[in-house]
Design a binder for this molecule. Sequence first.
Ligand code: ZN
Length: 591
Amino acid sequence: MTLPVPMPLIRAAVCCLVAALLAACATQPRAAASADAAFQRHVDGVLEEMWQAFPEYATRVGNYRHADRMTVPDAAWRERSVAFYTRHLDALAKIDLASLNPGHRVDLELMRNQFESRRWQLTTFKPWQWQPSTYNVGGDFGVLINTEFAPLETRLRHVIARLAKVPAYYAAAKAAIENPTLEHTQLALIQNRGALRVFGEDLEKKVAGSSLSVDEKAMFAARNTAAKAAVNGFIEFLSALETKLKQGGARTFRIGKDLYARKFAYDIQSSFTVEQLHQRALKEKVALHDAMEKLARELWPKWMTGKPMPADRLDLIRAVLDELSKQHTKREAFVETIRAQIPALEKFVREKDLVDQDPSRPLVVRETPPYMRGGGAGASISAPGPFDPTANTYYNVTPLDHFTEAQAASFLREYNDWTLQILNIHEAIPGHYTQLMHANKSKSLVKSLFGNGAMIEGWAVFSEKVMLDAGYDNGSPEIWLSWMKWNLRSVMNTILDIEIQTMNLQREDALRYMIREAFQQETEATEKWRRATFSQVQLTSYFAGYAEITALRDELKAKQADKFSVKGFNNQFLSHGNAPVKFIAALMRAS
Ligand code: ZN
């Protein structure tokens, strides 16, 4: 199960930027303060230009001022975008990093990394050419239709304005696609078939029931028909492409060592190299197997009474895990069980004094809205974007009604009584939700917009360990063994991603790693293989972030000795927004 955190992660109102500026003025020498002020003005100007140049990006992060505009991803647009990034990289290069306060230095590095990465994607990596799945208009229309940022009629007018460009959008897509992979072509087919639903009956009913004028309704009908025809035309184009690629000659989905290293540097911004992370993950796998064997032997008499213990340690661990997985909630109680656990997690964090919480910003557990379902994930956090400071944070939990009896049984075994608690720790408290709550207080729009995925996922994984180290579930061997299996998944994701993309790891070997060595079910393993053929680097973010935060914690704990406090470390770590761990580490070492 993938547990995505949607992109509009954090709110950090613009007024906070002013507050940051004032704070800097009060505490710094005048020259430095004015350098910071100038930098902040520069950032504000750059962001303003970004919203105009990339309206879809603006809308996705919750700035709806350009929500009526649609980008046609043609060669002229790519040229303009490259020019945009180059111009702003040149401007950033002229700023004296040493003159800025530490928070602004991180902001500058984040912007530079972001712009370099995007330019590299356009000029070198070129997913717009070989990944047909980059083309899909469904999501951006979905945001306008389903997010209530303005009255329905306003949003529908934005929809009508944007619909006019859909045919040009898909014409540009067809012109750009060259030498694609079979995997990304097939993904594009599935996703664009899904996009058709966005223009279907639900939208038509919304328009019919609205107070739009007769002329507007007629214009909608004509443009919606043309848009659907354009999506269908793209689907036909992809089907023909798929047939051709199946006969051979498709580009491989493996990106190779050089591109991988570059993408890893941009996406993870880690202090580890790919090779170092790979070695670390391989070692961690062995350490987890050792610890799991010990726990499985300890648990054997309690759960496996009278049964002979297998000689092979992986078989032994698997047998105990299988037995534990029989303890789970009922299918119809899934959402309620999660809802009931949240207060218990809050209480544990408070009593053990692990990290600050904010009772004024409660987490709302809800059933996943229908338009967000279908991604397969059972649970995810929806946090307000940086421009929507008052919105709720939701914990979306998908009820299991869409599953067959067998699917539900398998899902519940996977999210059994212990694993479900770890899921809630990861997603909610003190994982993603708690981290986002802290990040919202950080005074940087840049950090909330260009935040680092490895820091975010790394924290969620790290927070699981914080809870267990503090004696969660009375430190039971059951919860530890379950956590280790869960943790082994991120370790394995890292090993797989690196070996698949850069070392030609084959499907059968990858499945054996996941099923035998990481105790996964076959469906999970085959789905993960699929995902690993579409994405690169992202699968390493969990372990990369976790490993770096753990290394930082160990370093500071050794340095501070009996002055070290878990809560002090956690609060300070979370106070820097979504900056890459290596930048947070530098700030914490200096303080
Ligand atoms: Zn996560």
